[in-house]
Ligand binder design. Structure first.
Ligand SMILES: Nc1ncnc2c1ncn2[C@@H]1O[C@H](COP(=O)(O)OP(=O)(O)OP(=O)(O)O)[C@@H](O)[C@H]1O
Ligand SMILES: [Mg+2]
Length: 237
């Protein structure tokens, strides 16, 4: 086995003349769950977009399961086993739950798609109860589950999650993290961004602190939770 499931080396990216990422080095090991956190505007979403090919890197490399994929379009990333759940607009609001799941399996054979949808409904039973409901009428938590289920349908090897607890009622946030953590059984590697960083750190293996488009610190989740300075600055004391 040769190393990381996902790796960024010296990654730089931005929007037109505006540079946001300044030489990011990070990796996610096979089956590893990794958290990225840091202040608003640090470049967390931009990092995930650059990894997924939604923002073109201006320097550096992205490697997926040992294959260089730098600058490929999102379709190419999906074909190679990457999946991405955006921070906002992560479901088609006017379509039903079932239709959203079908889109997630658009590249699969019909039989395989139906089997995967059934598996996702087993994993997220509430989606089965809501299958004919428009996604836009789901609660925040149900909507995140749908977005997660849709991304998982093609059985990605690497899952990128941009704030899966956003819009979820506080008492259900833990449930979302437990669902993500439960995906360890499937062997999928996870790179997750979260504002609820203290809580999220309890469910991942390692973390990176991103600030001003640079990695300020990376360590095991345990060490980050014990780090007083990180606690003060980024984890709400
Ligand atoms: N499409 C865009 N065009 C120009 N600037 C952008 C664009 N998207 C983001 N930015 C800018 O890039 C910087 C980083 O944004 P990004 O969304 O990556 O931060 P973030 O760390 O995810 O923040 P948050 O915690 O608020 O989600 C911000 O200053 C933002 O205004
Ligand atoms: Mg963001």
């Amino acid at each position: 086995m040769s190393g990381a499931a996902l790796k960024a080396e010296g990654l730089e990216a931005g929007y037109g003349p505006l540079q946001i990422l300044f030489g990011i080095d990070m990796e996610v090991g096979p089956g590893e769950h990794v958290l990225v956190f840091g202040p608003n505007g640090a470049g967390k979403s931009t990092l995930i977009k650059a990894l997924f090919g939604l923002v073109a890197p201006t320097a550096g490399r992205v490697t997926l399961d040992g294959q260089e994929v730098t600058g490929r379009a999102p379709e190419g990333m999906v074909a190679r086993g990457m999946a991405y759940v955006p921070q906002v607009s992560n479901v088609f609001a006017s379509m039903t739950v079932t239709e959203n799941l079908e889109i997630g399996g658009a590249r699969l054979s019909r039989a395989r798609r139906e089997a995967r949808i059934a598996e996702m409904i087993e994993l997220f039973p509430v989606l089965g109860e809501r299958r004919r409901q428009a996604a836009g009428t789901l609660s925040g938590g149900e909507r995140q589950m749908l977005a997660l289920a849709r991304a998982l349908i093609p059985e990605p090897s690497v899952l990128l999650l941009d704030e899966p607890s956003a819009g979820v009622a506080p008492k259900l946030v833990a449930q979302i993290f437990e669902l993500v953590s439960g995906l360890r059984r499937t062997g999928v590697s996870v790179l997750m961004i979260e504002q609820n960083a203290r809580q999220a750190l309890a469910h991942v293996d390692r973390g990176y602190v991103l600030e001003g488009g640079q990695v300020r610190l990376s360590d095991t989740a345990h060490a980050l939770r014990e780090n007083a300075e990180i606690g003060q600055l980024y984890l709400g004391g």
